[in-house]
Design a protein around this ligand. Structure first.
Ligand SMILES: Cc1cc2nc3c(=O)[nH]c(=O)nc-3n(C[C@H](O)[C@H](O)[C@H](O)COP(=O)(O)OP(=O)(O)OC[C@H]3O[C@@H](n4cnc5c(N)ncnc54)[C@H](O)[C@@H]3O)c2cc1C
Length: 464
């Protein structure tokens, strides 16, 4: 019988996951002279940031793609590695397609009149007001923490208004930021997240906000540069199956063998932590936190055209859709040189569940019908049509990030969010205080955890 060849390797720190968090942590540790090995399940680095050429050769970002001006850590790394950005395409008239089929064209951030808009604006101002009370480093110390955390966003919104149009707007906002439904998400988590990103407008808008710019060579360009500087320290296609803690260190086991180290950094989303077996089992608070942190459900669908034909008609290609269509939001994702036209359609939450369950032909038909509403009939005939359904992605199982369900912060936040479990240190965007859920948050989590590990390694003679 043939047995698979396995090996044992020793290092100071083993990092699990080569997304932006794991790569940054490893890079910082290596820079500080710490010996590090990175184990990555996939056949590439970048995790939830994944750039690829479409069949006709246009670079598209299946996952994270935008960078905003206040995402300073991401900007600093991009500058360090010489990765350039360009402004998100947005000139022209945007369109809102209402649930009754009415089409409203507008310019700027959002339509300022229409059904539900006054109530929506009142409630989003209240969200910003409440978000200003959040303690980002010690969320559990926030005033009214338990009161807000034990209810869902839906519950809060319905207590505020009976205006169904306003509720539709709020629901699409939740879907487009967390890829979840308002009934699923802790209201405190909504406030925490708004505070973490700098407020509602920062999260929702384009110019000067989170959707401000894209990367000329794809948003994983910085991840690829980080990986290159880490050289042979990264092992791809090597998922960690178990982590054992001993009195002296940790042992991370993969199909290829064991990596022994003094400390482990686990930089995978909480929802995928459950795929790793821990010995001894993780503390109950960490397990509870993981159970209360499901992944959002999102698909990004790119349609590539010979040219951005909608611009000649004064259209921007940006749209919000409230009706029956599976698509919630559309952006013009054309490359920097506009050599082709690219529209990207986002499908979220419940709409994603229904759409993903239909046949290939039905999915394509429904997305192209939505794009035609937004950009005109020519949208029916793309030269490339590329779907990325994140819940079907092996080692990530969703996106953009894990959100916290009602009660999760109250019951498990204090000891389960990012507190080390013995010799295991937690990183990943979900552990960030600033730009939680974003690439910038992943990077800051990598920086934080590297500091945490370096201090632990320096603490001579302290067990655990
Ligand atoms: C569709 C989509 C759109 C988004 N848009 C934006 C955006 O425009 N701007 C923005 O800032 N953010 C965006 N995000 C969020 C952003 O991509 C993430 O916040 C960020 O990439 C998370 O990085 P991370 O390192 O924390 O985790 P990940 O990128 O998930 O990295 C974790 C890594 O661990 C690996 N892994 C998992 N389990 C194991 C195991 N057992 N053993 C070894 N390896 C394992 C995974 O393969 C992965 O590579 C988007 C995400 C998605 C999915």
């Amino acid at each position: 019988m043939r047995t698979r060849e396995t090996s044992a390797v020793s290092t100071e720190v083993v990092v699990v996951g080569a997304g932006y968090a794991g790569l940054t942590a490893a890079w910082r540790l290596a820079d500080a002279g710490v010996d590090v090995v990175v184990l990555e399940a996939a056949d590439r680095v970048g995790g939830r940031v994944f750039s690829q050429l479409s069949p006709s050769g246009v670079r598209i970002d299946h996952g994270g793609q935008w960078i905003g001006p206040s995402q300073r850590r991401f900007h600093a790394l991009a500058t360090h590695f010489g990765c350039s950005t360009f402004p998100t395409w947005e000139a022209g008239r945007h369109v809102e397609i209402r649930h009754d089929g009415a089409r409203v064209h507008y310019a700027g951030a959002a339509p300022d009149t229409g059904p539900g808009i006054a109530e929506y604006e009142r409630i989003t101002a209240l969200l910003d007001h409440l978000a200003r009370t959040v303690d980002l480093e010690r969320p559990w110390a926030t005033q009214r923490f338990a009161e807000f955390d034990t209810r869902s966003a839906e519950d809060f919104f319905r207590a505020q208004t009976h205006d169904e149009d306003a509720l539709r707007r709020l629901a699409l906002a939740v879907q487009s930021v967390w890829c979840a439904e308002p009934r699923e998400i802790s209201f405190f988590h909504v406030l925490f997240y708004l505070a973490s990103g700098g407020g509602y407008e920062q999260l929702m808008e384009t110019r000067g906000c989170a959707q401000d710019a894209r990367f000329s060579d794809g948003a994983d360009a910085v991840a690829r540069a980080l990986a290159e500087s880490l050289g042979g320290r990264i092992r791809l296609k090597d998922p960690v199956l178990s982590i054992r803690q001993t009195a002296y260190g940790v042992e991370a086991s993969t199909g290829r063998g064991v990596v022994r180290a003094r400390r482990a950094v686990v930089a995978v989303p909480p929802a995928t932590v459950e795929r790793i077996t821990f010995d001894p089992v993780l503390p109950p608070e960490r397990r509870g936190w993981v159970r209360h942190s499901p992944m959002g459900r999102v698909a990004k669908v790119h349609a590539v055209y010979e040219e951005p034909f909608w611009r000649a008609a004064g259209r921007s290609g940006i749209a919000t859709l409230y009706g029956e269509s599976p698509v919630g939001v559309v952006f013009d994702n054309s490359p920097q040189d506009a050599s082709h036209g690219v529209l990207v359609a986002f499908v979220y939450g419940d709409r994603l569940d229904h759409w993903a369950a239909s046949t290939d032909t039905e999915r394509r038909r429904d997305v192209l019908a939505a794009l035609s509403e937004v950009a005109g009939d020519r949208a029916q005939e793309p030269i490339d049509y590329v779907e990325k359904i994140w819940p079907r992605t092996g080692w990530t199982i969703g996106g953009y990030e894990c959100f916290v369900t009602p009660g999760g912060w109250t019951d498990y936040g204090r000891n389960g969010w990012r507190k080390p479990s013995g010799r295991i240190h937690w990183a990943g965007t979900e552990t960030a205080s600033v730009w939680n859920g974003y690439i910038d948050g992943a990077i800051s989590s990598g920086e934080r955890v590297a500091g945490e590990v370096i201090s632990a390694l320096e603490t001579v003679g302290q067990p655990g």
